[in-house]
Design a binder for this molecule. Structure first.
Ligand code: NAP
Length: 246
């Protein structure tokens, strides 16, 4: 029997990350889900994913803390012996106009979104390099490409992720490890649920497809980038945004 592939998803207990876990499980991958919140229904999520006939492990770790990340990756390796696909999905917003943005809110977003991506990738590639195989998918955002008023911290973190992804792609291509970024527009999750209805209507008006995207629409692209079907694609930023940025 062919060995199962393994995916590690940071921030995989809800939103886009949760959908990514479901899509990979549906396609026969064993799944490692990272989370940080104490409220996470660890047993419920594990049961739901394992209904697909795959194994699922949940690991609590703050992706911005090097020690916790190291332990998380070690645990995944102890359990499964390898990581074939890494999805750096964990991310936060702390929106505010620059004039009023605190240093703390700037640092927090950079630490979790950008430094977190660096810390997790650095640990995981040790094992991918040994196998001379792997695919890394980083969650950027269209605002990392075009900017957005009120999100200078978030858009800087996402632009950073794009530069990071391209450098990693160049560094690791010779080892048969690919790295790509996905840049969603507005997707229906807890992150966008906080927006007022009036603002959501305004946003929908500006999207050529006239609606927000679903987590599943992002997850299917992330699955494609992790699979052999995208074996000649690396160092790219792929928008999934209903045509917002062309
Ligand atoms: P979400 O529903 O708010 O979920 C965020 C996830 O990140 C949660 O699973 C959360 O874990 C995790 N997380 C936050 N801080 C963490 C930390 N320090 N360590 C580990 N995990 C942490 O967000 P989403 O909408 O699914 O977004 C997922 C990714 O897509 C993010 O990188 C986001 O920037 C990007 N994105 C989203 C949109 C959108 O419109 N939704 C657009 C562009 C890009 P817990 O569940 O444990 O709290």
């Amino acid at each position: 029997m062919e060995e199962k592939k393994v995916v590690l998803i940071t921030g995989g207990a809800r939103g886009i990350g949760r959908k990514v876990a479901e899509v990979y499980a549906k396609n026969g991958y064993d799944v490692v889900i990272n989370y940080v919140s104490d409220k996470t229904d660890v047993e419920g999520i594990k049961k739901e994913i394992e209904k697909r006939g795959v194994k699922c492990t949940l690991v609590k770790a703050d992706v911005s803390k090097a020690e916790e990340v190291e332990k998380m990756v070690e645990q995944a390796i102890q359990e499964f012996g390898k990581i074939d696909v890494l999805v750096n999905n964990a991310g936060i917003t702390r929106d505010c106009l620059l004039m009023r943005m605190s240093e703390e809110d700037f640092d927090k977003v950079i630490e979790i979104n950008l430094k977190g991506t660096y810390l997790v990738t650095k640990q995981v590639i040790k094992y991918m390099m040994k196998k001379r195989q792997g695919s890394i998918i980083n969650l950027a955002s269209v605002v990392g490409v075009v900017g957005n008023a009120g999100q200078c911290n978030y858009s800087a973190s996402k632009a950073g992720i794009i530069g990071f992804t391209k450098s990693v792609a160049k560094e690791l291509a010779a080892r048969n490890i690919r790295a790509n970024a996905v840049a969603p527009g507005f997707i229906e999750t807890d992150m966008t649920n906080v927006l007022k209805d009036e603002i959501k209507e305004n946003i929908n008006e500006q999207i050529p497809l006239k609606r927000m995207g679903t987590a599943k629409e992002v997850a299917e692209l992330i699955y494609f980038l992790g699979s052999e079907k995208s074996s000649y694609i690396t160092g790219q930023v792929i928008n999934v945004d209903g045509g917002m940025v062309m």
